[in-house]
Design a protein around this ligand. Structure first.
Ligand code: AHM
Ligand code: MG
Length: 336
């Protein structure tokens, strides 16, 4: 009989064999996974649990919060604050950092999350997810402040997401490839279902919100025009388009079968670098994609090399199959 490997066993074995996961980080990842199980329960109940609809509040970016945005945020905080593995947390749904209260021991890690990504899909029963990124608190800094979080994506020690779709699936990297776990509801545990995920370097599929086309920058327009021209155009092949409006679901598809995902800077609000957030959306997803052999850029620079200047910083995002992302970067360089 093929033995199922639970997330717990996987983490213990990784800790032993590769030394990639220190004890506190292992605990942290277990706790995040447990929180995701809780969020998955709430998502599944939907209207029966009274969790659909809008809350009467706005987050720091001026977006109306959904009830599930707030519930997911609370589940993650409550699960993580008491274990002694964290110094502080930061979230898309909180204005400033959440320092672990001093009634609990403080650990050495910093956790960032988008508790429920794809919020516009919550009420229409389309896949949504939780994205998370883990950093280490810089050595020797007393207490903990926002500046401790402002580290480039290359400094992440773990990153992943949990997608609440037809299956609940957790995808994780600690810096040696990307592995996937599926929630076994009967056992109540995540089970390893795919190891060493690889994104094909070439693709015939792109994901972008086409309704913004008239606002795009010229290199993005050029890239998509060439895809749309299909077999008779310069690319010599027909392309397919998918846009779920949940970054988690679009990136998951790319990890499973390749493709390119874009939420580029556009002229609607030119002073904003993009729509998506660097610290808890772009960085964790870019690291996962790179770990699976893909690439991620803002057009001009590798996303993981960007030095953040504030917690809720936004960024232009193009990621996925390596050759397509390189082509996009090349089109931007030619324009410059
Ligand atoms: P959210 O974190 O408030 O859910 O916003 C991020 C989401 C991404 O998941 C998705 O790629 C994008 O916003 C969709 O935006 P749009 O509605 O403009 O297509
Ligand atoms: Mg989001």
């Amino acid at each position: 009989m093929v033995q199922k490997i639970s997330l717990t066993r996987y983490l213990v074995e990784k800790q032993r064999a590769d030394g990639l996961i220190p004890g506190q980080l292992r605990l942290l990842l277990e706790v995040v996974a447990r929180a995701c199980k809780g969020i998955s329960q709430a998502v599944n109940k939907g209207a029966l649990g009274g969790v659909l609809g809008t809350a009467e509040s706005e987050n720091v970016q001026g977006e109306i919060q959904k009830k599930l945005d707030i519930i997911a945020n609370e589940v993650l905080i409550e699960a993580n604050e008491w274990g002694g593995h964290l110094a502080a947390m930061a979230s898309e749904e909180m204005d400033s950092i959440y320092v672990v209260p001093n009634r609990y021991p403080q650990g050495e890690y910093l956790l960032m999350f988008d508790p429920l990504d794809g919020s516009s899909n919550i009420d229409v029963n389309v896949s949504i997810g939780t994205i998370f990124s883990v950093l280490k608190k810089p050595d020797g800094s007393p207490g903990v402040q926002e500046a401790d979080f402002l580290q480039a994506g290359t400094q992440q020690v773990a990153a992943g997401y949990c997608i609440y779709g037809p299956q609940t699936t957790l995808v994780l990297t600690v810096g040696n490839g990307v592995d996937m776990f599926t929630l076994d509801r009967e056992q109540g545990s995540f089970v390893l279902t795919q190891e060493d995920i690889q994104i094909p370097a070439d693709t015939k599929e792109f994901a972008v919100n086409m309704s913004n086309m008239r606002h795009w920058d010229e290199p993005v327009k050029r890239y998509i025009d060439e895809c749309l021209a299909g077999k008779d155009g310069p690319r010599g092949k027909d392309f397919n388009m998918r846009w779920i409006a949940s970054m988690v679901a679009d990136v998951h598809r790319i990890l499973m079968r390749g493709g390119v995902f874009m939420y580029p800077w556009d002229k609607r609000e030119p002073e904003k670098a993009g729509k998506l957030r660097l610290m808890y959306e772009a960085n964790p997803m870019s690291w996962l994609v790179e770990q699976a052999g893909g690439a991620a850029t803002n057009g001009k620079q590798r996303i993981l090399d960007l030095q953040p200047t504030k917690l809720h910083e936004r960024v232009s995002v193009m990621l996925g199959s390596r050759n397509e992302v390189e082509r996009l970067a090349q089109y931007h360089a030619e324009k410059a």
